[in-house]
Design a binder for this molecule. Sequence first.
Ligand code: SF4
Ligand code: SF4
Length: 161
Amino acid sequence: MIEKTGVPSLEQVKQEFPDKVVLKKPKAIIECYKEIPCNPCHTSCPFDAIFIPEDINVRPKIDFDKCTGCGICVYNCPGLAIMVTQIKEGKILMKIPYEFTPLPKVDQTVNVVNRAGEKISEGIVRKVQLSEKQNKTALIHIELDEKYAYEAITIEVLHGS
Ligand code: SF4
Ligand code: SF4
C-alpha cells in the first residue's frame, strides 16, 4: 500500500508497535519504512535504544526494554517518522513532532488526523515542549481516546479555536 499511496496499511503500522502491555509506559514508535542513508535517531538516543548497523541504509530497530519514551529521537528525526505513545486509563498520550507555527496551546482542543490526513477525532494538548536544542521541532503532547492508538499520527490546529 505504501508503494502506491504513501500511506502504510494498518498491518504495517501495527508491526511497528509493541504489545499494549508494553505501552503502559511511553515508548518510541518508529515508522521509517524505507531503507535510506539516515541515522540521527540512532545517534541521538541517550539510552542506546535505537540500533542501525554499520550499513546506514538499514532500517532502525528499537529495543523497547531500553526506551524510556523521553522523546529526544522524535525531534532529532529529520523525517518526522517517530512519535512516542503511551496507553493509560483508556487514553493514548502521544508526543508528536510539530514544525508549524503558531504552536498550539496547552489545553487547546485540536483535530487529530490519520496517515491519510483525514480527521479521526479530537484531542487535547497537554504540553508543548520546545527548547534551543530541539532545533525548531516542537514536541506536542496530545491526549485522546485509546481506540485511535493505531490511527492517530498528527494534529491539525485550527487557530482561533
Ligand atoms: S524516546 Fe528516548 S529512549 Fe526512546 S528511543 Fe527515543 S531517544 Fe531513545
Ligand atoms: S532519523 Fe528518522 S528518518 Fe532517519 S533513519 Fe531514523 S527514523 Fe528514519
